[in-house]
Write a new protein. Structure first.
Lengths: 779, 260
């Protein structure tokens, strides 16, 4: 069956499904729908995951990511409670005789924020909902966590949760349940972020001043997400204050940030603009005039406009641009993301909500060397153009359907090398790739009974690699032996993914819930790295006749216990994940500027399994959590380690985080983190021999050694400015790595300077104790 | 990348650091290392037998004395090596036949290593060409060695260069011709030196078996490398069971080239 026919059939199925849904707007006996949105009364921002609950029928609904809700009830009198964490609840008495639209603005609660940290739609929603392996980060909670240089960072905070690991100090990206950094889908307002790190992982691209909602899916990934085999990090920007103008910002040890927001048309449209820049490079010439440092900085901007045309239509325009630059002597490296999205919300009717998104995403990295006699520049990157149509259909209080279609056109700049010698000769190694990625999905969230809920769905994905390009066949020695040339837009190879998703939950009691989930995730774009850690120059490559799509099957079971009505949460989750077509590197692989990178790759399977424990106190003066993960992550690749299982680089058997926040007084709070994790798996030599007058190291098992275990303690103290003042500011003093543990970034072997003829292991550490002070303001 | 990271950390904190640490490498088990590379037609077969040493201080590395080493062909004809100097062993008047398979076994009484090699067909050097590369104002030369690969089997080659009485360079150019096309192939020697008019170059072409090719394909990447810097630290592909190194029997052709 040809590609256009498959696309046509998929589109026809969706259209037919849509017609049935919209066309059969039949209601049960005397049922009507109340729908609308819920907003913050101060800023006008939509509230995500807010709850509307009918005390009469004991049924309810939650707002979606755009603040929209829909609840179908029998005709008659109802008492509806609108609630959202951190806000005063509002009760509405209605006599339902027809479909009505009701938009509510909730007032911020007088209860201290620290008393209500965890989001919950009702007091036992976390017990009964089908969220399995889903982490929702509260931005207010983020501000209490002490971090490096006092810079609040979403990714650093997420890594304190079970199952989510840092890839290491100075290393970009994060691991989720044994997946590598390239197996996480990161979204910012529907646009894909290919490198979510600044300055080699010290900071993320997310300015917490601009972020409204952060959700990380470790498992239980809804059918609307796809394209990566491990996790999804979905980040949404704030819309901007619809009612009044405000400016906020901060000044820290190494960076400054500024945010401005306000109404374009009061209560109808608003804007928000944020920016950050580091400034340590400005001091280098002053501190060390002879320094060879040329550049070391990053900056980024976020901007968003939104306008509510009427109660049924709303449009959003978001953008992000970030740039990092490092250069020393003749070497330099630059990288950055550029994102843009346009979204159109349409409340088709009281039960059907539509979001249409047009998104652009570009990531570029450049590494260069410049000298009078010669220079080279190596470029790589990826660019996406995406169109999405997502629909939410609130069929009745027991069934919420989600379905849609996504289409992405990828342009890959796999490796562009330009070099110049003294006689002006140049050489180029261009390698571009093109592909389309299509997905159609449908899912239903169903309240089967009072105790039993389920979410199930199916995602069908399709990937087409297109010309112009050349496809190679390789022999056993990875030498190209044959090639086929393809014309522009000619199909080179196609892959099809069948991705079922399912989650179930059973409320054993009002306080105890059992949950389980299964998902299959396909990944067609792969991150290829040449080093033992992720770097900005890692390559994003498409699937091909050689590189098959990776796909994972993950099973999760979960126990959740709500103790003392939300005062304390206890959860235990076990998971087992199988990764098919896992990618590793041939022995001696050289990825940098190789004309055929795919010939350097080896393929096999992977598995990851573990148990995650989380105990969390969410109210009172003392809050915080203890998160512990016991896990293994392994690979089995033909030709490596004699074909047996070996630890993956990101294997982390033990990972522990303890986070404590304490409200000492009205304006003073202190916080502490202690983190511990097993060192990364590495391959060290066990000896060497002499052959042809050259020394040759030899190794035993792949990744058979461990870097030293990592642990550190961070402390922070915050003085909060007086409330109800026009100008508000906070001062935060934090100490990173209080006991100055010299955690290993890398270990390398060098000839000893004190004992010639011997080789010694040298550990390179990044940060001993680092104090910092940070000032934040808002007016 | 590590330099840039060091720079970044230093600029940010002025306090990143390096220190020597102890890593227990579990390097107690030493292995035998065989370096048995024999050219067809040589009357004397000489090979060292050594042992591996600890990575950090080379403790234990060195020649093995009083070992028993013998070579046997597929028909059971055996040659026994005798030790001439410490760790160096010699066998004389043992001929090799093209197409035959030979087994080498070495034991020090405690450890035994074993390998096999099949004698390939001989390929002759057809011609040699120099390619000039200009870089930073200097001329460097690649030496292209052309040969016609013997069909129908897969062939494996290696070339080396000697001039000005310097010994043959150990270049990184093992080539596999698995297409069996009986065509002309290039076995280049990428050489960073400069030649002058009238220089005499001696070029050597090896026709090897596959284990020899696999060894040299990985040898120059692994030798003298920094183990922690690679994406995938790996062992040189060895055909020695119970040990390390290489046993290969090769055909040799030599060619003299006068630089214009």
């Amino acid at each position: 069956m040809s590609l256009p026919i498959i696309r046509f059939l998929l589109g026809t199925c969706l259209a037919a499904f849509l017609t049935v849904i919209v066309g059969n707007q039949s209601y049960g006996q005397n049922e009507f729908t109340i729908s609308g949105s819920m907003r913050d009364s101060v800023s006008g921002e939509e509230l995500i995951g807010a709850s509307v609950f009918d005390l009469t029928t004991k049924s309810g609904a939650s707002t979606n990511i755009y603040g929209f809700y829909s609840l179908t009830l029998p005709a008659g009198k109802h008492s509806l409670v609108y609630s959202y964490l951190g806000f005063d609840s509002d009760t509405l008495q209605i006599n339902l005789k027809q479909n009505i639209t009701k938009t509510l603005a909730l007032q911020t609660s007088n209860v201290r924020l620290e008393d209500v940290i965890i989001k919950a739609t009702k007091d036992n929603d976390r017990v009964s909902n089908t969220d399995v392996g889903i982490v929702k980060m509260d931005i207010k909670e983020l501000n209490a966590i002490p971090v490096l240089f006092g810079e609040k960072d979403i990714l650093n905070a997420l890594q304190l949760m079970p199952g989510i690991s840092s890839s290491g100090e100075g290393k970009a990206g994060f691991f989720v349940r044994g997946g590598n950094v390239g197996q996480n889908l990161v979204l910012l307002d529907e646009a894909t972020v290919y490198n979510p790190s600044h300055l080699l992982g010290f900071f993320s691209v997310f300015n917490s001043d601009a972020v409204k909602d952060v959700t990380l899916y470790k498992s239980g990934i809804p059918a609307e997400f796809g394209g990566r085999s491990s996790s999804v990090l979905d980040v949404h920007m704030r819309d901007g204050n619809l009612k009044k103008y405000s400016v906020s910002g901060g000044l820290g040890l190494i960076s400054a940030r500024l945010t401005a927001e306000g109404p374009i048309v009061k209560n109808k449209g608003s804007f928000i603009v944020t920016g950050r820049r580091t400034y340590m490079d400005l001091f280098i010439p002053l501190l060390s005039p002879e320094s060879k440092v040329n550049q070391v900085y990053f900056y980024d901007f976020n901007a968003k406009l939104n306008y509510r045309i009427n109660e049924k239509h709303r449009v959003f325009l978001s953008g992000y641009y970030g740039h990092d630059a490092l250069s020393f002597g003749n070497e330099d490296i630059n990288w950055g993301n550029a994102l843009g999205s346009f979204r159109w919300n349409w409340v088709v009717n009281e039960k059907l909500f539509s979001n249409t998104s047009l998104a652009f995403s570009q990531y570029e990295a450049q590494k260069g060397y410049n000298s009078p006699n010669s220079d080279y520049e190596l470029r790589s990157g990826i660019m996406d153009f995406t169109l999405k149509e997502d629909l939410n259909y609130y069929q009745n209080p027991k069934n919420t359907l989600r379905f849609g279609v996504h289409e992405t056109f990828h342009v890959y700049s796999i490796s562009k090398l330009e070099s110049r010698s003294v006689d002006g000769r140049t050489s180029q190694l261009p390698k571009d790739g093109y592909a389309t990625e299509t997905a159609i999905y449908a899912s239903n969230e169903q309240k089967i009974s009072k105790r039993f809920n389920a979410k199930y769905g199916l995602r069908l994905s399709m990937f087409n690699r297109l010309g112009p390009d050349i496809s190679y066949t390789y022999n056993a020695y990875n030498l190209a032996t044959d090639s086929t040339r393809y014309r522009p837009l000619q199909n080179m190879v196609s892959y099809f993914g069948f991705e079922p998703r399912a989650s179930i939950s059973y409320a054993v009691t009002r306080a105890i819930g059992l949950k389980a989930s299964y998902q299959r995730m396909y990944q067609y774009t792969h991150l290829i790295s040449n080093s033992t850690s992720s770097t900005p120059n890692d390559l994003w490559m498409p699937s091909s006749s050689i590189i098959k799509p990776q796909f994972s099957d993950q099973f999760t079971v979960s126990y959740f216990h709500d103790v003392l009505h939300g005062m304390l949460d206890i959860s235990v989750e076990g998971y087992y994940k199988i990764l098919h077509n896992a990618i590793d590197y041939e022995n001696g692989a050289n990825i940098v500027s190789h004309p055929n990178v795919e010939s350097q790759l080896a393929f096999g399977i992977g598995r990851a399994y573990g148990v995650e424990f989380l105990i969390r106190k969410t109210r009172g003066k003392l809050t915080g959590w203890i998160a512990y993960t016991l896990s293994r992550t392994e690979r089995k690749i033909a030709g490596i380690n004699n074909g047996g299982y070996y630890p993956a680089r990101q294997d982390r058997p033990h990972d522990l985080a303890i986070v404590i926040n304490y409200k000492v007084a009205k304006r003073w709070s202190i916080s502490a983190n202690w983190v511990y994790y097993t060192g990364n798996a590495v391959t060290f030599p066990v000896g060497y021999y002499i052959f042809n007058n050259r020394s040759v190291p030899f190794f035993t098992s792949k990744n058979g050694y461990r870097m030293p275990d990592y642990h550190r303690l961070d402390l922070g103290v915050t003085l909060h400015g007086k409330e109800n003042k026009k100008f508000h500011s906070d001062w935060t003093l934090s100490i990173y790595n209080v006991y100055s543990r010299l955690n290993a970034y890398s270990i390398s072997y060098q000839e000893s300077t004190t004992n010639p003829g011997t080789v010694e292991a040298v550990k390179f550490s990044l940060f001993p104790v680092v104090p910092s002070i940070n000032w934040s303001f808002k007016f | 990348m590590k330099n840039l990271l060091l720079l970044l950390a230093t600029v940010i904190s002025f306090i990143s650091c390096e220190e020597v640490v102890d890593i227990n490498l579990h390097d107690g088990n030493q292995q035998l290392v065989i370096n048995a590379q024999f050219a067809v037609g040589n009357d004397s077969l000489s090979m060292p037998l050594t042992t591996t040493g600890r990575f950090t201080d080379a403790a234990g590395i060195g020649p093995i004395s009083n070992a028993s080493i013998f070579i046997t062909d597929q028909n059971g004809n055996t040659g026994l090596f005798s030790e001439t100097t410490t760790g160096q062993y010699l066998l004389v008047n043992y001929g090799f036949v093209t197409g035959n398979t030979y087994s080498l076994s070495a034991t020090d009484g405690v450890r035994t290593a074993h390998a096999t090699s099949t004698v390939p067909a001989k390929a002759m050097i057809d011609s040699v060409q120099l390619e000039v590369i200009q870089l930073s104002g200097f001329d460097f030369y690649n030496v292209h060695v052309y040969t016609v690969d013997p069909a129908p089997e897969a062939n494996y080659f290696r070339s080396r260069l000697s001039y000005y009485h310097f010994p043959f360079q150990e270049s990184s150019n093992a080539i596999a011709d698995v297409l069996n096309t009986n065509g002309v192939i290039d076995v280049p020697i990428p050489y960073g030196g400069s030649f002058f008019h009238g220089d005499t170059l001696t070029i050597e072409l090896w026709s090897m078996d596959e284990p020899g090719f696999q060894f040299y394909r990985t040898f120059n990447q692994a030798a003298n490398s920094h183990p922690s810097s690679s994406a995938s630290p790996f062992n040189v592909t060895s055909n020695v069971l119970g040990g390390l190194g290489l046993f290969t029997i090769y055909q040799r052709d030599e060619y003299t080239y006068i630089v214009d």
